[in-house]
Design a protein around this ligand. Structure first.
Ligand code: LIP
Length: 259
């Protein structure tokens, strides 16, 4: 497909098939601890399965849209320009620490951006057999059932947080920010997968999610799914997010005020 005739629904359907194959790899993983390696940053790991899934995703995505760039967690973000044309932004296993501990709460996250803005997103939780997806302007879905963010305020609901564990220098700010939200909300949760936290907000099961530092592959697909479900994506100050470098991400239902 040349850029002018890219049909995003066709791209979604074909990419979803590749993601489903990757879900089977995750579910079939064995002897994970022996296939786990440390990366830079506290608590940052990669497994042979991350690399295998990313390789399958790269091969599949390039077959679907050969002209697209490919930014994956296990390749170098700095060398991938997603600001012009099409680019796949991929986290092969979001929630790797959960995956290595057998906590059964991780996702395969694939976004397609056009000129730096996500236009198609897929987040697949193979453990629950849930595939969330969105095409910009066409709504958000879980297993092809439309989803919508909560109609509650934060004071009537719960929030999710990520602790940016690879960045201990952000711990105090993370928990001070969480304390402020906790004073308003009914409770909080911390799942360990940014992509699934974003889908939880998009499904109306939580009113807010934030994390002080995420890479584009953690949130590019989930952010589009939140927006297409009627939610708001920003940083902590309400500014728009970008998708070419790591940053703070906050997702919220429309009735949730930032302060
Ligand atoms: C993880 C996120 C999680 C965050 C971690 C890490 P990974 O992604 O899903 O919410 O707290 O810092 O970014 O590294 O497992 O793909």
């Amino acid at each position: 497909m040349g850029n002018a005739d890219v049909d995003l629904n066709v791209v979604y359907e074909r990419t979803a098939k590749v993601v489903q194959r990757c879900g089977k790899i995750v579910l079939g993983a064995a002897d994970i601890s022996r296939r786990t390696h440390a990366k830079q940053g506290k608590g940052n790991f990669v497994t042979d399965y991350d690399a295998q899934v990313q390789s399958v995703l790269r091969e599949g995505c390039m077959r679907i849209l050969p002209q697209a760039a490919f930014m994956g967690e296990e390749s170098d973000m700095d060398k991938t320009d997603v600001s012009e044309g099409y680019a796949f932004i991929v986290d092969p296993i979001d929630g790797t620490a959960n995956f290595t501990r057998g906590l059964n709460w991780s996702a395969i996250s694939v976004a397609l951006a056009c000129d730096g803005i996500p236009v198609m997103g897929i987040v697949c939780n193979p453990y629950t057999n849930e595939m969330y997806h969105a095409v910009r302007g066409a709504g958000a879905y879980c297993n092809n059932r439309k989803i919508h963010v909560s109609e509650h305020t934060l004071e009537e609901g719960i929030f999710l947080m990520g602790t940016a564990p690879y960045h201990p220098e952000l711990a105090r700010a993370s928990f001070e920010t969480a304390f402020g939200f906790f004073a308003r909300a009914l409770d909080l949760r911390r799942s360990g997968s940014a992509a699934l936290d974003l889908c939880t907000v998009a499904s109306g099961k939580a009113e807010l999610y934030f994390e002080m530092e995420l890479c584009p592959w953690d949130y590019a697909a989930g952010a589009l799914i939140v927006e297409e479900a009627g939610g708001i994506i920003s940083d902590l100050d309400g500014n728009p997010v970008t998708y070419d470098h790591s940053q703070t991400v906050l997702a919220r239902a429309p009735k949730v005020s930032l302060r």
